[in-house]
Every structure is written in structure tokens, then in C-alpha cells.
Ligand binder design. Structure first.
Ligand SMILES: [Zn+2]
Length: 475
């Protein structure tokens, strides 16, 4: 359908609408190309990339076809299909920079998605449906909004003849959600390190926050991730008839140990990003809370201030320290017998920079019972320090956010989940979660049912990333 008015007129109209549209801020993005972006995004969402039935290879090929059509050729766009994993293909592309002395910037997004039980969804999860301002479909947020925006930006840059100062690399990878089977970032780091080598990377993991009315509250930049580690606590005892208890009951010992773990608080240990998070969050509060957050931000908070912060919000507590809690428990073998064995899982989210072995040692001290054995439930993942929220990363974000969403604060954060950023950080590539996507308070069905994104949030993220990558790459 033809547009009712020219892009310039439309922009003028939108400018008059003022704050109602962050749309107005998308000004320098070619409006006439919105249709082309929507079709690219639709194609990506509608390509099933779940582990059970889908194919990342097909998604990568479809995105590569779009890049080819825009003029990318040869080594500048490639599909990497790992041997033995025909459906786990990855796309790598680049726009060579003019200045070889500048380290490349890497744009990373995963194209695989979490499984979607079609029977449970209101609609077909692999059909993009627009309904009352939202786009529904598996992957609409996680992580195809970013993946589509990056491919679209590459196409736009090509059309404009944009020549970046630093090389811009793009990697659309498979297996982020199911990295125990295969993980594209780990594979590329091992087999094609040049495809990812960069001075820094932009990845998922940081999002904007909307209030209940869909108004932007804050813009998050993720700098670093906690380390996920499970520990197994095992207590054993000789057992025997339950009518003649002999003491040393394995279940009793384990239960006492778990209470001690559950009530223990690790010492506060903030990263540069979480200190900055508290400092900037302080501006949104008043009174004691503002003073406490400010003190946490500048490192002067005393124990009582830290306790008040921890008690006020579980997220704040998670940003202050390593946390460990019991999550699974089992034991005994018969209702009428003393148990011979009891076992529990303790899940820890460890602050970047702290060692897994150090945390295990701390648990041993806290449990203080040699009859309770504490071991790692699985091999530790990659360990890395958190990349600092440096000005070279933050300043361009702040400038563009100030234009697109005036007054919305940019707040660094630490993620307690685990994205592919942990592999890049461990490989020495500082990786920041900057999606540009504003999420609703309800979580948008990510990893769950009826995943959805606001149409405005998608289009704004596209415009934001297009501008941010340009700012990072330099002209
Ligand atoms: Zn994701």
C-alpha cells in the first residue's frame, strides 16, 4: 500500500506529536524502508529455530540471502555450519573499517529460540501476528529483535555507502538457549576466532523498562554476568531401624546445614556496573532509600544501609553480593528406616571476579559440619571479570537515549542469568548487553507463553541500534 504522505511530511507530523512517539526520534532512519525491515523480521521469526524442530542454518541462510541481495559478497558474509550439527548453522558478516588501527566492534545475537509448545499458545508461535500494538511469536524479543535489527542495519549501511572507521562484525549464532548441546559462540571462538575478534561487543542482556502504562522508566546497559554454579550437599549416616534412632541422622544434619546456607549472607562485593547502578538509581528515590543507594554507589554504605537495601528488593540484593540458596532436596529410602543418605542442590549466582572454589570454601565454613560433603554439581562455566561501564561505551548510548527518550536514565546492570556474553568476556572481548528493546513489566512472555514485543519497542530498537553501531564504528 502506498504511503499517504512523504517521509519528510510524516516526520514533521511525528515531530508535532512530540513525546507520544519516540518515533519522532527515528528521524534519520529511512522511513520508506520500514516495510523491508518488517518483512525481514517476519521471515526470521517465522523460521522455526527451536532445537527440537527448527533450523538455525535455514535462518542464517535466509538472512545471508538478504545481505547478498544488498551487495555483500565473498568473505564479508558466510554461513558456518559445524560438522555433525547440520541444523546449528551460524552467520558471520562484516563491514571492513577504513582504519586498521581501530579494534572492530562485534554485534552478537542468537537466532535459536526456546521451545514453544504450540498447544499451549494462543496462536501459532512461529507465525508473526500483530494484535493491539504487539507482535506475537517465539523469539519476537529473545533474540530476534536484535538479530533482525543488526541485519537490517547492515543493509541500510550498505545502501548508504557508509564506510565505518572501525570494522563492524556481525555474528548470528545458534545454541544460546541450549548450550549443553551446541553453542555457536564457543564453536566460533575455538574454530573461527577471527569471526568474533573485537575490541568490544554488543549483545542481548540489557533492556529498557516500561511502567504499567507503557512509559519508559529506564534504559538498561548490562555490564557483566554472575556465574551460575550448582553445588551438591550430601550427608550420610549408617542407617538402621527407625524405632531405635542412633543419632547423626543424615536428613537432620543436612537440614541444619541448609538452614545455615539459606540464612547466610555473602559479603557485599559490587562491580563497577552495580555501584553505578546504585548511584544512578538513587536519583529515582527519596529519603533514606536514596541516601542508602547513594552510599552503596560511592562505596560508603555501612552494614545497616546494606541490610536495608538487601531487604527492600531481591534484585538489589542480587546486585550487592553472591547469593546461594537450596533449590532441590531428597533423602532417605523408607518411611520406617533411619536414612543412609540425604542430598540437596544449592544454586549459587557468583559475582564476576569471585572464584567458584572460593565460594565452595565459604559454604564449607558456613555449613561447619564435616559430615556434610560439598562438591561441585557440574563443571564450572567460563569465569571472567565484569567489563566496566566505560565512557566509550556509555557516552554514545546516553547521547542517543537522550534524543530518543528524553529524560529516561541510562542505568548499568549486572545480569543474573547467563547469555553468550560470558564466553566472550572470558575470551577477553568486553561484552555489553544493549538491546535497545523496552520490555513490559510482565516480562513479555520471554521463554514462556505468547512471547510478544510492542511494535513501537521493536521499531525504536531497530532505530536505536542502527544509530548506536554507527556511533561506535565512527565514520
Ligand atoms: Zn536470549
Amino acid at each position: 500500500m502506498p504511503r499517504p504522505c512523504s517521509p519528510a511530511v510524516l516526520l514533521l507530523v511525528l515531530a508535532f506529536l512530540g513525546k507520544a512517539g519516540a518515533w519522532a526520534a527515528t528521524g534519520d532512519l529511512a522511513w520508506a524502508k520500514e516495510g523491508s525491515f518488517r518483512s525481514l523480521y517476519r521471515e526470521l521469526v517465522e523460521t522455526d529455530t527451536s532445537l527440537s524442530n527448527g533450523s538455525c542454518t535455514l535462518a542464517a541462510e535466509r538472512m545471508a540471502a538478504r545481505l547478498h541481495a544488498a551487495g555483500f559478497t565473498g568473505r564479508d558474509v558466510r554461513i558456518v555450519v559445524p560438522p555433525g550439527y547440520p541444523r546449528q548453522g551460524n552467520l558471520v558478516a562484516r563491514i571492513p573499517g577504513a582504519n586498521p588501527n581501530l579494534a572492530p566492534v562485534l554485534l552478537l545475537a542468537h537466532v535459536d529460540v526456546v521451545e514453544a509448545g504450540t498447544a499451549d499458545w494462543k496462536r501459532d508461535p512461529f507465525k508473526l501476528v500483530e494484535d493491539r500494538g504487539y507482535l506475537y511469536g517465539r523469539g519476537t524479543v529473545d533474540d530476534k529483535a536484535m538479530a533482525a535489527s543488526f541485519v537490517d542495519a547492515f543493509i541500510r549501511y550498505r545502501e548508504e555507502g557508509f564506510r565505518p572507521a572501525r570494522t563492524v562484525k556481525l555474528a548470528l549464532t545458534c545454541g544460546e538457549e541450549t548450550d549443553a548441546v551446541f553453542n555457536g559462540v564457543q564453536y566460533l571462538l575455538a574454530k573461527e576466532p577471527d569471526a568474533l575478534a573485537a575490541g568490544f561487543a554488543i549483545n542481548e542482556g540489557g533492556a529498557g523498562r516500561l511502567d504499567g502504562n507503557g512509559r519508559p522508566v529506564s534504559f538498561g546497559v548490562q555490564a557483566g554476568e554472575k556465574i551460575y554454579q550448582d553445588f551438591t550437599l550430601t550427608a550420610t549416616s549408617p542407617g538402621g531401624h527407625s524405632a531405635r534412632p542412633a543419632g547423626g541422622n543424615a536428613i537432620g544434619r543436612l537440614a541444619a546445614a541448609l538452614v545455615r546456607v539459606d540464612t547466610y549472607r555473602f559479603p557485599a562485593n559490587m562491580t563497577a556496573a552495580t555501584r553505578e547502578f546504585f548511584r544512578r538509581s538513587a536519583e529515582q528515590y527519596e529519603g533514606q532509600t536514596a541516601r542508602d543507594l547513594e552510599a552503596a554507589g560511592d562505596g560508603t554504605a555501612d552494614d545497616s544501609a546494606l541490610s536495608r537495601i538487601a531487604a527492600a528488593d531481591p534484585l538489589w540484593n542480587a546486585f550487592l553480593r553472591t547469593t546461594c540458596i537450596p533449590t532441590l532436596i531428597g533423602g532417605g529410602h523408607a518411611a520406617n528406616a533411619q536414612p543412609q543418605r540425604a542430598e540437596a542442590n544449592v544454586n549459587c549466582r557468583i559475582m564476576p571476579g569471585e572464584s567458584v572454589e572460593g565460594v565452595r570454601g565459604r559454604l564449607v565454613d558456613v555449613v561447619a559440619d564435616p559430615a556434610v560433603d560439598i562438591t561441585l554439581a557440574d563443571e564450572p562455566g567460563p569465569q571472567s571479570v565484569a567489563p566496566p561501564p566505560e565512557a566509550r561505551i556509555m557516552a554514545p548510548v546516553e547521547a542517543i537515549v537522550a534524543e530518543m527518550w528524553p529524560g529516561v536514565p541510562v542505568i548499568p546492570s549486572l545480569s543474573s542469568g547467563a547469555t553468550d556474553g560470558r564466553f566472550l568476556n572470558a575470551a577477553g572481548i568486553p561484552t555489553y548487553g544493549i538491546s535497545g528493546v523496552f520490555r513490559d513489566a510482565d516480562g513479555n512472555g520471554v521463554h514462556g507463553l505468547d512471547e510478544r514485543i510492542r511494535v513501537t519497542a521493536l521499531l525504536d530498537a531497530r532505530a536505536f541500534l542502527y544509530r548506536l553501531v554507527k556511533a561506535y564504528a565512527g565514520e
